[in-house]
Design a protein around this ligand. Sequence first.
Ligand SMILES: *Cc1c(COP(=O)(O)O)cnc(C)c1O
Length: 372
Amino acid sequence: MSRDVLALANAATARLRAYDPGHDLPALREEYGPRLVELGSNETSLGASPAVAAAIAAALPEIYRYPDPKGGALKRALAAQLGVDTAQIALGNGSHELLMLIAQCFADAQTSVVYSQYGFAVFAIATAAAGAIPVCVPALPADHASAPLGHDLDAIAAAVRPDTRLVYVANPNNPTGTWFDEAALARFLAQLPDHVVAVVDEAYAEYMTAPGTGSAVRLLRNGQGGRDNLIVTRTFSKAYALAGLRVGYAVGSAPAIAVLERLRESFNVNSLALVAAEAALADAAHARHIREFTAVEREWLAAQLRARGLRVFPSQTNFVLVDFGRDAREIEAQLFRHAVVVRPMAGYGLPTCLRISVGTRIENERLLEALA
Ligand SMILES: *Cc1c(COP(=O)(O)O)cnc(C)c1O
């Protein structure tokens, strides 16, 4: 007896397609060895703090035990650094998991979720997984002065409906690299009605150096009160160079975090990831080095690409979005043949663009040679 199992999937899942990870990177690493230049996933080529390996080694004998389900030590370290209570933090198996969890907790088939065109892809997936109604708001125009293709915060606020429960924004955003400053964020949040939870995805916040920029966490600090309906998500995958370990966190009001805790898997962050994140957080010098190196190298890479006649969008992240002015598929394929991996953007509706992570100087030069 056989039947179409897909027909048994719930409606929300039936509409989804599986995540396309792009190239088979493990196979490529085997094929190309150290020649492979990986600039497709916004990882940090500088690597994690040396303290991370030591922390993992020290924790290894205990891996037969379940991890701390509360992640108490990491939460205390984060709380101290961010100026919030531990009850204001939820840990995730990467921030991707938390973005999904937030939709599961706050959205359903009777509600809508608002996000921007060219916003981070997970916003649409989380909305679909919850079976909620997506409201995708047109991005700012490509000739916008400070945030081309970026979030139109006024339009996003205006798109909120009586049935809206969630609004996702990313600051800075992936894949556009665009950002907004603290004053714009405050204006935006003030426009949102109180039946909406605002999610600010700050996966790249550590890279922001432009004047007036800052984390939305500031609005959640102890004693500042209010803002029950704001959740900020952050990650150890990017500026802390721990993408392989999967650790992210959400910061919100204690009541908002308590909602997430109802559905969070009890052991979602493994024991090695917990100690690694704590060690990475404690190494402020390494974090500063990554931030400063990336800021300088990003501008160098952008200038080099612009000098070759390409349009490079402004970025406050560890990647740049580059417009080649024609279908970029063949360019991507050619780079690939030179063992340089970048990310095509056709899936985002930007077929003339490629997203390129900022690598080491050697990697960036390899990219430029391959482009030539
Ligand atoms: C990479 C990324 C994330 C998620 O990263 P995790 O590894 O799941 O923590 C979230 N948001 C944006 C915008 C990203 O680019």
